[in-house]
Ligand binder design. Structure first.
Ligand SMILES: [Zn+2]
Length: 245
């Protein structure tokens, strides 16, 4: 058993991990974590409007294009391992078979922490269904009676990444992560998403605003840490600590 720390990001569509957790991924890869990203779908039907507007487009062509973009983004972030489940989107097929595959990946990776979407997303039920799915798969991976003999999962935190239209999603950040040192990698990854160019600057603004919250919550005017770019996350589970600070 290796001592390498690992993380698992479960992304509904193939670009979500870039906007919402690209900084966290790049940062932890640099810190020696091995990050596995699972894209449940390519977002081929619901998040590829720009491609569909091109003449002669087919589902297979969109999927190929989106896969290429996601692989390029993953390599810009230094992702250790990216997997595509290709279960379709709008809606995702998260039935038994997909669940079994996901639980196998969780047990194989044994993540120190996991990441997925917000709990609520009325604009995009694929996102909130992915979070419910991630929680169910985490639970199954912890069960001693599931595939006895395999190593069961511990209790990794589940970080929920910031959704689009934050205020509509009942998402409340509990953690701000300074991603200033890896911003160049995230920005390069964002620019791999040619099909969604309309989101590039929006997500730079989000990172700048979250950096403001990082500064404010790390000490404010009494000496907060400087940060130019940050990502916010909501945590599901309590932390266990030896001392409060
Ligand atoms: Zn999405």
């Amino acid at each position: 058993m290796s001592d390498t720390k690992t993380a698992l990001v479960i992304s509904a569509h193939s670009a979500d991990f870039v906007w919402r957790a690209g900084g966290a991924i790049a940062l932890h890869q640099e810190k020696g974590f091995e990050v596995t990203v699972v894209c449940l779908s390519y977002g081929e039907r619901g998040e590829s409007a720009k491609l569909w507007k091109q003449e002669g487009m087919t589902l297979e062509k969109v999927k190929t294009e989106r896969r290429k973009e996601a692989e390029n983004a993953a390599s810009a972030l230094g992702v250790n391992d990216i997997r595509f489940f290709d279960v379709g989107d709008y809606p995702l097929d998260l039935g038994r078979e997909t669940q079994e595959r996901m639980v196998d990946v969780i047990r194989e990776v044994q993540p120190n922490f996991m990441m997925s979407h917000s709990k609520w997303d009325p604009y995009n039920t694929d996102h909130m269904n992915t979070t419910q799915f991630a929680l169910e798969c985490r639970m199954i991976a912890q069960a001693w009676g599931h595939n006895p003999g395999q190593k069961v999962l511990g209790a990794p935190q589940l970080y929920l990444f910031e959704p689009h239209q934050t205020e509509q999603m009942e998402w409340k950040p509990t953690t701000f992560l300074d991603i200033t040192d890896v911003w160049d990698k995230k920005w390069a990854a964002i620019q791999c998403m040619q099909g969604q160019e309309h989101l590039w600057n929006f997500y730079r603004n989000v990172a700048e605003n979250r950096a403001n919250h990082f500064r404010r919550n790390s000490g404010g005017q009494a000496g907060g840490r400087a940060a130019k770019y940050a990502e916010g996350f909501e945590t599901i589970f309590p932390r266990t600590v030896d001392v409060l600070e």
